[in-house]
Design a protein around this ligand. Structure first.
Ligand code: VGL
Ligand code: ZN
Length: 217
């Protein structure tokens, strides 16, 4: 265990802690519920209070988004298809539709000082797992520019899902030159076809550090 102390030039990126990725609560959310997804909220709230810079992301899809199996007649949820842009796309249940309760940030998330909310996956023809670059790998969400302007040097990533949006956000942060940490106990995974093992292999190869929130001083 190598403790890391939080600096003013660190940023916490809280990925997609939204109703649809958590078990339903009072009949709201759960469209793409990640097992135990709401268990990330308590550690994230506790950590966020100690960071000067906190950014939230929000999956924010139009109604007939390319990532929904309902948009592809004859397909099933979790099928992988090749889209018109040549990218492989995993198909999901309809989730996080713009302006619906399922797309709202989870009501127990308590980060009043969050400085930016990055909405991603907004365009019907392209998905965006990463908080930085959409899946065309060209279109910027603006987060990199925001962090660079704020003088951020290290990025800490937490949230949902470990093996999709946390995975791609952390790798892009690292590629952009930030020292990057993923706070494992503040994440939960979908775990689809070995996706957690693949995520861990990429993190190891790309010098992305997996830590526990207990190691953050
Ligand atoms: C996510 C699948 C589809 C995520 C978003 O936040 O990890 N996963 N859309
Ligand atoms: Zn999505």
């Amino acid at each position: 265990m190598v403790p890391v102390s939080i600096q003013p030039s660190d940023a916490l990126v809280v990925v997609d802690v939204q109703n649809d990725f958590c078990p339903p609560r009072n009949g709201v959310g759960g469209a793409l519920a990640i097992p135990d997804g709401d268990a990330v909220i308590a550690p994230i709230n506790a950590l966020a209070a100690r960071f000067t810079h906190v950014i939230l992301t929000q999956d924010w899809h139009p109604p007939r988004h390319i990532s929904f199996s309902a948009t592809h007649p004859g397909s099933d949820v979790f099928d992988v298809v090749r889209t018109a842009t040549g990218k492989l796309q995993t198909l999901w249940p309809v989730h996080c539709v713009q302006e619906t309760p399922g797309a709202e940030l989870h009501p127990l998330l308590d980060i009043p000082h969050a400085e930016l909310i990055v909405k991603k996956g907004k365009r019907s023809w392209i998905d965006s797992y990463s908080a930085f670059l959409e899946n065309d790998r060209i279109t910027s969400t603006g987060l990199a520019e925001h962090l660079q302007a704020a003088g951020i040097q290290r990025v800490f990533v937490a949230g949902l899902a470990y093996d999709f949006c946390v995975h791609f956000s952390a790798r892009d942060a690292r590629k952009l030159g930030f020292k990057t940490f993923v706070i494992e106990d503040a994440c939960r995974a979908v775990d689809l076809n070995g996706s957690v093992a693949q995520t861990n292999a990429h993190f190891a190869a790309e010098e992305i550090t997996r830590i526990s929130s207990l190691e953050i001083l």
